[in-house]
Design a protein around this ligand. Structure first.
Ligand SMILES: [Fe+2]
Ligand SMILES: [Fe+2]
Length: 425
């Protein structure tokens, strides 16, 4: 991928984009599936965007990114989903970075207590058949009898959630892209480094438990699931957080809430389908997500306290970009719209819906007391109005989309369940 930024005021040279919140609109994001057909057939994508640069000069810049076709030499072109973004990086200003760095004492005192000591944490083995026990096989038999009642569309949702959890290396990488809070050495003693490693270690139990449970059920094609995980980790993700801790912690606040909702729903549904132990498993994972959400929203709450303008602009910026789902690049080697299919099943079964997206946004608006924040700059005031008006707008759009969706049944097969079909709509 090549990215070029031209300064039209001088029409000279090529240089990197400097950073500021105002550049958020410069970002271009496309997947090959969203390209005009002419571009698709040539396997070439060109994204063009015009942005107004911050500052009194108000100069115009053109940001252009181009993705060139892979050298295929006769071999089939992979239809694997990909994403390209313009390279807006390190968008926190030096002053704000200093301000953020001054929060270390606060993070030690206020953030780290959200972690649980290892000895007090549950472990996957607490909820799985004990392999050293004489009745291990009986325990597995019981598990399989309970899991036999789980419908295929439920399994698709649970597998999708498990794969999302299993791409944990990507999320730790994302946290370590953030200026001011990254773990600089891999074992940094700063509260941010301690938090990131311990958060990762807590999260690691989620994918581990769901993976082992699903393996023991015998209901899913584990090799296909494992391939999807390998593809997904290999794809990484770019949530457009620009190495900026303001944007990064808005993103993680949203995502932890989303996983709390999703695991909470798979818990409820497992109980309804008659697998109480699986309900407990999804429930304890949801509880972890809730605790993590509390921690990340606490960070953003602090940013609103010390820098209401900056926090407001960051919140609006991430909402404008739309929060990308961490597993949106999932691929199993066959289905190039696997994530869309999985999302449809999650939507139809009520595991995670467009309404949840709007609810999360509304929850965060309330959590950070966004409507009552005063003393904002003109730009931040506009951002405040934008985020406050967004949840009802998204609900309206969702209602319209749902009305269209009801027009006809659609089914899709998933390699995760041996290519059996489930209803998508
Ligand atoms: Fe998790
Ligand atoms: Fe999480």
């Amino acid at each position: 991928m090549a990215a070029v930024v031209m300064d039209l005021s001088t029409a000279r040279g090529v240089r990197c984009t400097a950073s500021s919140h105002s550049l958020s609109s410069a970002r271009t994001c496309s997947t090959s599936s969203s390209l005009p057909s002419g571009f698709k057939s040539q396997m070439l994508s060109v994204n063009l965007n015009v942005v107004r640069r911050a500052g009194k000069t108000g100069r115009l810049e053109v940001v252009m990114t181009a993705t060139l076709p892979p050298k295929t030499q006769g071999s089939p072109v992979s239809k694997r989903p990909t994403e390209t973004h313009s390279k807006v990086m390190h968008s926190i200003s030096p002053e704000k970075l200093e301000m953020f760095k001054s929060l270390e004492g606060w993070a030690s005192k206020t953030l780290l207590p959200y972690l649980k000591p290892v000895e007090k944490c549950w472990q996957p083995q607490d909820f799985l058949p004990e392999p050293s026990s004489e009745d291990f096989l009986d325990q597995v038999k019981e598990l399989r009898e309970r899991a036999a009642c789980l419908p295929d569309d439920y399994l698709v949702c649970l597998v999708g959630d498990m794969i999302t959890e299993e791409a944990l290396p990507t999320y730790q990488t994302m946290l370590n892209t953030l200026d001011g809070s990254r773990d600089e050495t891999g074992a940094s003693p700063t509260p941010w480094g301690v938090w990131t490693r311990a958060w990762t270690a807590e999260e690691n139990r989620h994918g581990d438990l769901l993976n082992k449970y699903l393996y023991l059920t015998g209901r899913v094609d584990m090799k296909s699931v494992e391939k999807t995980i390998q593809y997904l980790i290999g794809s990484g993700m770019d949530p457009q957080t620009e190495n900026n801790p303001y944007l990064g912690f808005v993103y993680t606040s949203f995502q932890e809430r989303a996983t709390f909702i999703s695991h909470g729903n798979t818990a409820r549904h497992a109980k309804e389908h008659g697998d109480a132990k699986l309900a407990t498993i999804c429930g304890i994972i949801a509880a972890d997500e809730r605790r993590h959400e509390n921690a990340y929203t606490k960070i953003v709450e602090k940013l609103f306290e010390i820098d209401p303008d900056g926090a407001m602009l960051a919140f609006a910026d991430m909402m404008k970009k739309k929060i990308s789902m961490p597993a949106h690049l999932m691929y199993d080697g066959q289905n190039n719209h696997l994530f869309d299919d999985f999302s449809l099943v999650a939507q139809r079964t009520g595991v995670y819906t467009a309404r949840d997206y709007a609810d999360i946004m509304e929850h965060l608006v309330k959590r950070w007391n966004v409507p009552s924040i005063t003393g904002l700059s003109e730009k931040a005031l506009a951002a405040q109005q934008y985020v406050c008006g967004l949840p009802p707008r998204i609900r309206r759009l969702d209602e319209r989309a749902q009305a269209k969706v009801k027009k006809g049944p659609k089914r899709g097969s998933f390699s995760w369940i041996f290519n059996r079909e489930v209803a998508l709509l």
